[in-house]
Design a protein around this ligand. Structure first.
Ligand SMILES: [Zn+2]
Ligand SMILES: [Zn+2]
Length: 453
């Protein structure tokens, strides 16, 4: 079982300000968190910062601090009221990132106190140094587990690892010359989810694997058809009739550059499969349904998982092209989601959830539009959108387009030789603006949805 903490970047900055408020002295704060608990990973999602105010410090030194018991009692009260997990964070102003002997003793007492009052929660402790190093632990079932990853999601996606970086393979020599070791270490440390293993999804997988991403999970419940072969990377005629996610996962394994790959031959519109996405650090949306895009949009809001959505729209009839548009939209907390942008529509999600018979009746009565099934598609367009999507991921990690690049969407008008970028504010009444669900993580009604399966 691995453990991580997810932050929104602006909250992480506030936290650092709070605990490094006096130069050279330790400082502390509580975080209140949602939880994501899968079979493989526990992620604590930092929703609220609760600084420790002056009157609660008994002492503050460069190598230790002590806080009155009232501060702990207040923290538990607030956590119980908000059904939140508590993380106690303190700074080490020097370079020493590990738990001191004094920390070991004091934090054990503190966590026994938290666990006695809220035993079903994975309360944690985190130490941050000024240089950006960290050390963290979770106390659960009477034992400590190490926190191995911090995810800080904002204009840049930062993935910090507590472990010493693994050696970088010489497969990646040329790109290390471009982006440096740090970026390569980040890529090795992340888990990418790819929803949809068709034209765009297969091209994304091929690229992220060769970039050196450590872990990839591929989701698709469809079987490969002959008509997909013109666009699907890694597919051969022998694969027709097999599941697309499994074909792609086998292809990536066969590259043999050490990528850990999981294939899920199921739809993410099924709850158990959608729940597997919680362990991903970034998700690529490469499916063609509004329902699956709606689910990933919610995940990004509930779990702070950034989402890069890719689409190609070919408007052509009888071989006459009206318009060919590619789209790359990046969604993360604080930015407009796919609902805000009208890229997905609740009424289409409702239609997709109906049986074919119900849908046909509504269409015949003109109550509903027809759903597009076999869309026209060409490998050059799907691949180009995939390339821009993966470039967006690299930019978010490496910041190579510069910190003044604020766009969260790119539109490619292939038939007009033009590319446009845009950013729009979230809409006030949209689900992505609902604070009560922001970072809430696991709930009995997963993502606030009613699941058929
Ligand atoms: Zn300490
Ligand atoms: Zn929205």
């Amino acid at each position: 079982m691995s453990h991580s903490i997810a932050f929104i970047a602006k909250d992480f900055d506030i936290l650092k300000k709070e605990i490094f408020d006096f130069s050279g002295l330790e400082g502390a704060a509580f975080l209140f968190c949602g939880e994501s608990v899968s079979n493989e990973r526990v992620t604590l999602i930092a929703r609220e910062i609760f600084p420790i105010t002056k009157e609660h410090y008994l002492s503050r030194k460069h190598d230790g601090l002590s806080i009155d018991s009232q501060a702990y009692v207040n923290a538990v009260k607030r956590a119980l009221r908000n059904k939140a997990t508590i993380i106690f964070v303190h700074s080490h102003p020097g370079e020493f990132k590990d738990f001191s002997q004094r920390d070991e003793k004091e934090l054990l007492k503190l966590h026994k106190f938290f666990s006695a009052r809220m035993p079903d929660r994975h309360h944690g402790s985190l130490i941050l140094t000024k240089e950006g190093k960290f050390s963290g632990r979770v106390w659960f079932n009477n034992k400590w587990s190490e926190i191995d990853k911090l995810k800080i999601i904002g204009k840049r996606f930062k993935f910090l690892s507590s472990d010493n970086p693994k050696p970088i393979s010489d497969f990646f020599d040329r790109q290390v010359l471009v982006f440096g070791n740090k970026i390569q270490e980040s890529l090795q440390n992340i888990h990418i989810g790819i929803v949809g293993a068709g034209g765009t999804g297969s091209c994304v997988a091929e690229q992220v694997a060769r970039l050196g991403v450590g872990q990839i999970s591929i989701f698709d419940d469809d079987k490969l058809e002959k008509s997909n072969m013109s666009r699907v990377f890694g597919s051969t005629l022998k694969d027709v009739g097999k599941n697309k996610a499994e074909i792609l996962a086998n292809h990536i394994k066969n590259i043999e550059i050490g990528t850990s790959v999981n294939a899920y031959p199921k739809s993410i519109c099924e709850k158990d499969t959608a729940m597997k996405l919680r362990d991903c650090d970034v998700i690529f949306g490469c499916s063609d349904t509004h329902s699956s895009r709606g689910i990933i949009t919610r995940l990004s809001h509930y779990y702070f998982i950034p989402f890069i959505d890719l689409a190609v729209l070919v408007n052509s009839s009888g071989g006459i092209i009206q318009e060919i548009v590619g789209r790359v939209t990046t969604v993360f907390p604080g930015e407009a989601c796919l609902f805000c942008r009208d890229r997905i529509k609740p009424e289409i999600i409702t239609l997709e959830g109906m049986t074919e018979k119900e849908r046909k009746r509504l269409v015949s009565e003109k109550y509903a539009p027809e759903l597009d099934t076999d869309d026209p598609s060409v490998i050059t367009f799907t691949a180009e959108v995939a390339c821009q999507g993966v470039t967006e991921l690299i930019h978010r990690i490496a910041d190579f387009k510069g910190s003044d690049y604020n766009s969260t969407e790119m539109l490619m008008f292939f038939d007009k030789n033009s590319i446009r970028t845009n950013t729009v504010p979230p809409k006030d009444n949209c689900l992505c603006m609902r604070e009560e669900n922001l970072g809430i993580g696991d709930k009995r009604d997963f993502l606030g949805l009613i699941w058929q399966k």
